[in-house]
Design a protein around this ligand. Structure first.
Ligand SMILES: [Zn+2]
Ligand SMILES: [Zn+2]
Length: 129
């Protein structure tokens, strides 16, 4: 690794085996510390678990902060928020195969959600372009 003498600013080529040790500058004779080799910090590109939600339109998992579904382009920045848990619950209820009435209620639920979303979009001047 390359280090610089703090005294004479001379650039020195120090072998990695000297990391963390004190060496003597060949130029001015002053002592300096060779920085220890630090492992590159592991940068996680994945957000923490729980920062996800389910797209109410295509049911793909997307980022909680997302304003637009990257799978179907569904806009999520207006109208009532359907959290991932709620969406998953509705979906699993639906999949469990409830009776016709239950299925109807779920459908109505979704219709109300959609209607609320449309209304919110119409009332929000910053909504749809
Ligand atoms: Zn020096
Ligand atoms: Zn989607």
């Amino acid at each position: 690794m390359r280090i610089q003498c703090p005294n004479c600013s001379r650039l020195l080529n120090a072998p990695d085996s000297l990391a963390g040790r004190t060496v003597k500058c060949p130029g001015c004779g002053s002592q300096m510390q060779v920085p220890a080799v630090e492992p590159a910090p592991a940068i996680s590109v994945l957000p923490a678990e729980g920062d996800r939600k389910v797209c109410p339109s295509c049911h793909e998992t997307i980022l909680e902060a997302a304003v637009k579904c990257r799978h179907c382009g569904h806009r999520l920045d207006a109208g009532p928020r359907l959290s991932g848990r709620q969406g998953a619950a509705i979906l699993s209820d639906y999949r469990r195969g409830m009776g016709t009435l239950g299925r109807l209620l779920v459908a109505l639920d979704l219709l109300f959600l959609l209607a609320g979303k449309v209304r919110a979009l119409a009332l929000d001047p910053r909504g749809e372009p």
